[in-house]
Design a protein. Structure first.
Length: 437
């Protein structure tokens, strides 16, 4: 089941990234005292009092700074709010009400979604009193916080949880491989779906955002029932909303949550964007399989696939395990390789390693590498077991989890890949101390 999405909206430099970092409990975005500096991950899974939701910093979803701030903010905020289940509208008590705040407030009011007005940067009681002017925005009482100092952020989480909709009745997904086609607009997702199916199942247009609602398609692949989740979906040509369609990344989050394997479609004629990186990062964070599909290969003059593949892997170095394919969905070149590759990744996700082979691999890894230590305490691995598939999960019993550095975790993952493959899928390594359950 997809987690509810809470979008943090607001004009630039009001502290959206700072709040994301604070509520997520770790620093995961670049935060500087300059407008438009968010360039890192913009999604964070948050758990509070047994409830989970996905927090999205919309400041990181901007495709470029060349547009006018007013137009860029309106497009970005509109799409984020349409996709989200609840909205945090942030303002800055030090700046007071700005013209962009009025514009965003109007959008929030007209949308009529659960929303919370949050007045940030109230670092002391004097600044708190200045928040009263935000009543003018017509969104009720502003909730006053300081994201940087953590003032009232726990109480803010209580408010957010209260905004979230009741979870829908549990729906059992069909027992089949589920593949999501994701990527930023106009990279050819719908055309790829049509090429895979061999028919015009989805309307295709050269205008970004022709399609908006995700659609599921069942089809037979070599005797296997497969569910294709197209994040573009179907949209009648007369209902195109140009502008807000650009910010479709939130739709990809929902599809990725449901899938086993994501086809991340890239455009060979463009530089890979921050949006591509955000989507890839979420695929990894959600422990989903991935195939990187570089589309529009027919339009590339320097067709050295080796160099292209090397550059692509360098750009996406945090998921070096991802296979890379080069296709032209328009001319159906290379499309026949896409589903076999996705199915291979799915099979890798279902791989079950024998206990004896697993223990032997980890024993060899331990013997070949100096163990992490802190002072006189040295990390000791007391046992390991595979505790899940889809994604493959491995639980390690250790003497002290604090000694498991990121570099050693990566070392163990590499050893598991060398021994067993796991092409195209992240591995979930879990470390527990002693007799933890």
């Amino acid at each position: 089941m997809s987690k509810p999405i809470v979008a943090i909206v607001g004009r630039q430099n009001v502290g959206k990234s700072t709040l994301l970092n604070r509520l997520a409990g770790k620093r995961i975005s670049i935060v500087e005292d300059m407008p438009g500096t968010t360039r890192d991950r913009v999604f964070a899974g948050v758990s509070w009092e047994g409830k989970e939701f996905m927090l999205v910093d919309t400041g990181g979803l901007e495709l470029g700074m060349e547009t006018e701030i007013g137009r860029g903010v309106k497009e970005q905020i509109s799409q984020a709010m349409l996709e989200a289940d609840a909205i945090i509208f942030m303002v800055d008590v030090k700046d007071g009400i700005m013209p962009a705040d009025l514009e965003i407030a109007d959008l929030v009011r007209r949308l009529r979604k659960p929303a919370l007005l949050v007045a940030n940067k109230a670092d002391n009681e004097k600044l708190e009193t200045q928040a009263v002017e935000f009543y003018q925005l017509g969104l009720g009482e502003p909730f006053v916080i300081s994201a940087y100092h953590g003032r009232s952020t726990a109480e803010l989480l209580e408010k957010i949880i209260a905004l979230l909709p009741e979870p829908p009745p549990a729906v059992t997904e069909p027992e089949m491989m589920k593949v999501a086609i994701v990527g930023h607009p106009n990279v050819g997702k719908s055309m790829l779906l049509n090429a895979i199916l061999g028919q015009e199942r989805v309307i295709v247009s050269g205008i970004p955002g022709t399609t908006r609602d995700a659609i599921d398609t069942n089809f037979d692949f070599s005797g296997e029932n497969v569910l294709l989740i197209d994040t573009a979906g179907i949209r009648k040509r007369g209902q195109i909303e140009i502008g807000i369609e650009k910010y479709s990344v939130l739709r990809s989050l929902r599809a990725i949550d449901r899938c086993d394997v994501a086809l991340l479609v890239l455009d060979a004629t463009e530089m890979f964007s921050a949006q591509d990186m955000h989507i890839a990062g979420y695929i990894q964070q959600a422990f989903k399989g991935i195939v990187i599909v570089v589309n529009k290969w027919d339009m590339v003059t320097n067709e050295n696939q080796g160099l292209w593949a090397e550059n692509t892997r360098r750009q996406f170095k945090f998921m070096s395990y991802a296979p890379v394919l080069f296709i032209s969905a328009k001319f159906r070149q290379g499309v026949s390789e896409v589903m076999p590759q996705a199915y291979q990744v799915y099979q890798e996700r279902m791989r079950q390693v024998s206990s004896a082979e697993l223990r032997g691999t980890i024993q060899d890894a331990v013997a070949s590498h100096n163990m992490p230590r802190k002072g006189k305490i040295v990390l000791s691995i007391k046992g390991v077991a595979q505790t899940g598939v889809n994604p493959p999960a491995f639980t390690f019993r250790v003497n002290d989890t604090r000694l498991v550095h990121f570099s050693y975790r990566r070392f163990l993952e590499n050893k598991l890949r060398e021994a067993f493959g796991f092409t195209g899928t992240p591995l979930h390594l879990i470390f527990k101390t002693g007799g933890e359950s």
